[in-house]
Design a protein around this ligand. Structure first.
Ligand code: ME8
Length: 510
């Protein structure tokens, strides 16, 4: 079984920030879960280097777009590596592999009669690299609904892609869930925007030289979104080198994106794929936007969560704490707000619930059974609820990942740990230990509590790829190379655990 997941490719016109890290961490968590299940996973991210936005930023910085792109593409790549992202590939749209394959794609679209020469007159949002209809422009007072900057009027000869020829096919694909657009509210927005859509898409610029030349007319460069969307297949070798991954990985299972770029992914991209005769991706998931302390992040407001701030957080709390916080911050798909108070609460939860359970179970097993898992003992009335929670856990986790309920995926291991802590409070192993007639009951309680700890830690690996395996190692389980099923297999009586050491140390909050 193979699994292909992508993030947007980011504009390297500046340094990465919380938003970029968020999408990439979410994709990383999903990729790690599928790898843990033993699937062959391909996880793709990268940078989107062409377009007017790069040209303008480079001019402001008195450099060239190529130099700016290289500088920041390296910053992005290193940033993701530094933050433990497990991507399998990093595509830059300035790479030869991408440019030549995009030209092949455009040639195919020309050959199938889906591209024609015409003239465009209308509005353009240069920050978003997006064409805006007359009505939308008027509704937004001729300003970008993302950046607030004035829209620009374009009037020029251009090649068009025949969106109108495929609008019904795309509508049907989304309506039938052949192409799942999630969350459902956004699917409905897309369907209503598609209904009655009657415009083709301008896909070339004659006034721009930074981009991929149109193969039939090199005086034009290709519209940056056609170039960028193609990365999802050029990176895996389409069209001429399918053995590089296309054969195994297309169609993608998930394109993870921010909500502001859903339209491109839900309309232009499916049109391109249908016109090329290729299968559609299975799911487009558009997540929400981060604000910081209730406001849009901005450097001048002093609430910007950029590279330096993220580094600082990781230095103090560790990568896993940041990952858990991001996932826990709101149901996946909703907007999110960064708050230090919430961050501290979320870190506290890791320590008080999961860390505490690990510590208690190991210490008790050391104290009462010299660190050796006993055979099952005497069942008691408290066992059933925890046994059920343990038994239900793997399928609940699988369902959360299947539907991309990532907040739930992060919380499920904590819920199990909480149930195990309650079980300890109810069964009071410290009292049982004092009563020689309760030896068999104590065996049972220790065994079940250890089992819950093992299952919770194993299920937490995708979200806590550093801390969860470290916790399992304390249990005497080396998680390296093992699948989730193997990690969930009950430990045999006689198995010896290690010593407890604190997973989430208390941190003084300034
Ligand atoms: O749109 N909250 O690139 P981009 C949450 N190159 N996510 C955020 C965010 C925020 N405040 N800010 C950014 C582009 N993101 C195109 C994509 S894909 C073929 C081409 C994340 O650098 C989110 O995933 O503007 C959003 O969609 C993406 O960064 C936009 O990155």
């Amino acid at each position: 079984m193979s699994f292909f997941i992508t993030t947007p490719i980011y504009y390297p016109n500046g340094e990465p920030h919380l938003g970029h890290l968020y999408t990439t961490v979410c994709a990383d968590v999903v990729a790690r879960y599928h790898r843990l299940c033993g699937q062959q996973v391909h996880f793709l991210t990268g940078t989107d280097e062409h377009g007017i936005k790069m040209v303008k930023t480079a001019a402001e910085l008195k450099t060239t777009p190529a130099e700016l792109a290289t500088l920041n593409a390296n910053v992005f790549r290193n940033f993701f590596a530094e933050f433990g992202i497990s991507n399998d590939d990093f595509i830059r749209t300035s790479q030869e592999r991408h440019k030549s394959r995009v030209q092949e794609i455009v040639r195919k679209l020309e050959a199938s009669g889906d591209i024609y020469l015409g003239a465009y007159e209308g509005w353009y949002d240069e920050g978003q690299e997006e064409f805006i209809t007359e009505t939308e422009a008027k509704d937004a007072d001729f300003k970008s609904r993302i950046s607030g900057r004035p829209l620009v009027r374009y009037k020029e000869p251009t090649y068009f892609l025949k969106l109108t020829k495929y609008v019904d096919s795309v509508y049907r694909a989304i309506e039938s869930d052949q192409l799942q657009v999630r969350p459902a509210s956004r699917r409905n927005e897309i369907l209503s925007k598609l209904k009655g859509w009657d415009q083709d898409l301008s896909i070339s610029r004659a006034s721009l030289s930074w981009g991929i030349p149109m193969p039939n007319d090199p005086a034009h460069v290709l519209y940056v979104w056609i170039d960028a969307l193609s990365n999802y297949i050029t990176a895996i070798g389409y069209p001429n080198h399918p053995e590089e991954g296309y054969d195994r990985f297309w169609p993608a299972h998930v394109h993870l994106i921010g909500k502001e770029i859903l339209w491109f992914h839900a309309f232009y991209w499916p049109v391109m794929l249908i016109a090329l005769g290729l299968p559609l991706p299975k799911t487009l998931f558009a997540h929400g936007w981060w604000t910081s302390n209730g406001a849009k992040m901005s450097k001048s407001m002093g609430n910007f969560i950029g590279l330096e701030r993220l580094r600082d957080v990781v230095e103090r709390f560790g990568q896993d704490a940041l990952r858990f916080y991001m996932l826990r911050a709101s149901p996946f798909g909703n907007d999110l707000d960064w708050s230090d108070t919430d961050f501290n609460a979320s870190y506290g939860e890791l320590g008080n619930v999961l860390g505490n359970l690990l510590n208690r179970s190991l210490n008790m097993l050391q104290k009462y059974r010299e660190g050796v898992i006993p055979a099952a003992g005497e069942a008691g009335p408290e066992d059933e609820a925890l046994e059920r929670a343990i038994a239900d856990f793997p399928s609940q986790l699988a369902a959360a990942y299947e539907t991309l309920e990532l907040q739930r995926a992060a919380q499920l291991p904590l819920e199990l740990a909480r149930a195990a802590n309650t079980y300890i409070d109810q069964t009071k192993p410290f009292s049982l230990a004092k009563d020689p007639s309760k030896t068999a009951r104590l065996d049972q309680v220790l065994g079940l509590m250890l089992r819950a700890t093992q299952v919770a830690l194993a299920g937490a690996i995708p979200v806590l790829p550093g801390k969860a395996p470290a916790g399992l190692l304390q249990l005497g389980i080396d998680a390296k190379g093992l699948t989730l099923n193997q990690l969930l297999a009950p430990l045999s009586p006689g198995h010896r655990v290690g010593q407890a050491s604190v997973l989430f140390p208390r941190i003084e909050v300034a």
